[in-house]
Design a protein around this ligand. Structure first.
Ligand code: AGP
Length: 362
């Protein structure tokens, strides 16, 4: 069965490995002849929206951060991403033309539901839930629902749901952008990108030994660690650090590479692991200088760099796909890094302390 861990020691590892297949499944279900295929009413509502709000918690919030960049680039729709538990009690100014997108693996997160209730009853705006669980509360209560097709996710640490959420956001944003005649949306070859991304993910999961070794050398004993990056790489830094902290209990922080020098760099000591993510050409040099700054303060620098931007001495080189798809590839390294750090430190990967798979209280 899909929810059987088979020969795998932990569900998390199985779910990490499934990601290339999930990409292909999403491609099969939501792409037809290179055109995104969704309910027409949903695409009309999204296209008519003059402002999008993406709501989520934890990993789903992080997928929303990437979604903002996708909707702004591919569909040119202004997008705001909000943490559900904060937004639920804020006093936002919701303009006419707004639409709300809820990202939730489980579809049961109480914080997100609280925002959905207000969106429906108070702000009276169209809503969409993107979830991995078909008949979940958030799916039933929103005007529209799109299923992630990631298959059951059992490990508390979310992996394939994050990449599935981003994949679906790419398709939705492209669908809207093509109707709005946005060049970036017209130019992206979705079939090609999805196939290449699935292959690139496969390359990363096939290089587990290398990532395990890097985790052994850098994360076995450390008390803290940083992930840094800019733009989409920063978004992935946040997710990779959440993975690390929730299962390995390393105090990890995802940080905007350029912001580090404005204070947080004071935390860098001899041996502090700092993992830099470099997949975007426009910011690669700047992130490299930020890594240089921490290196000269004694940090153990590890970098994850996409082919084409790599230089001598880079540790983890990942295959290149369209830059907007790179989070789907780079995050897999972060997931595996967290997995191996946790094994090394002797904790239960699938069931971290203090955490439940879905959080149904506010
Ligand atoms: C991710 O690894 C977490 N365990 C957690 O942050 C999770 O993403 C969050 O609770 C939201 O859950 P949802 O996607 O089911 O709404």
């Amino acid at each position: 069965a899909a929810a059987d861990k088979g020969a795998y020691p932990y569900y998390m590892l199985k779910e990490i490995d499934e990601q290339p297949a999930v990409m292909r499944r999403i491609q099969g279900k939501y792409l037809d002849n290179n055109e995104p295929k969704f309910d027409a009413k949903l695409i009309k509502q999204l296209t008519d929206a003059t402002k999008l709000y993406i709501v989520g918690a934890g990993t789903s919030y992080h997928a929303g951060l990437v979604g903002k960049k996708l909707f702004e680039k591919l569909a040119k729709t202004p997008t705001e991403v909000v943490v559900a538990s904060e937004f639920a009690y804020d006093d936002p100014i919701i303009e006419d033309g707004a639409m709300f997108i809820f990202l939730s693996q489980s579809g049961e997160t109480a914080d997100s539901r609280q925002v959905l209730v207000r969106a429906t009853n108070e702000w009276k705006v169209p809503t969409l839930t993107i979830t991995n669980v078909d008949n979940s509360t958030l799916a039933r209560e929103a005007d529209n629902a799109v299923t992630l097709e990631a298959g059951p996710e059992i490990a508390v640490a979310s992996t394939k749901a994050y990449t599935a959420q981003i994949a679906v956001e790419v398709l939705l944003a492209t669908a809207v952008g093509r109707i709005k005649d946005i060049t970036a949306a017209k130019e992206i070859d979705l079939n090609e990108q999805f196939s290449q991304t699935a292959n690139a993910m496969q390359v990363v999961v096939d290089e587990k030994d290398q990532i395990q070794k890097i985790a052994e050398d850098n994360l076995a004993k450390t008390r803290n660690a940083f992930y840094i990056g800019r733009g989409l790489d920063y978004n992935v830094a946040l997710e990779a650090s959440l993975k690390l902290k929730e299962i390995s209990y390393i105090q990890a922080e995802g940080f905007a590479a350029g912001e580090l020098k404005h204070g947080t760099i004071a935390l860098i000591e001899k041996g502090t692991p700092v993992i830099g993510i470099i997949t975007q050409a426009a910011t690669a040099d700047n992130t490299r200088s930020n890594l240089q700054e921490v290196l000269s303060r004694g940090a153990n620098v590890i970098n994850i760099v996409r082919e084409g931007l790599a230089k001598d001495g880079d540790q983890i080189i990942i295959p290149s796909v369209d830059e907007i798809m790179m989070p789907l590839v780079s995050v897999v390294v972060g997931q595996l890094m967290a997995y191996y750090a946790t094994l090394l430190r002797g904790y239960n990967v699938d069931q971290p302390r203090n955490l439940a798979k879905s959080v149904t209280v506010e």
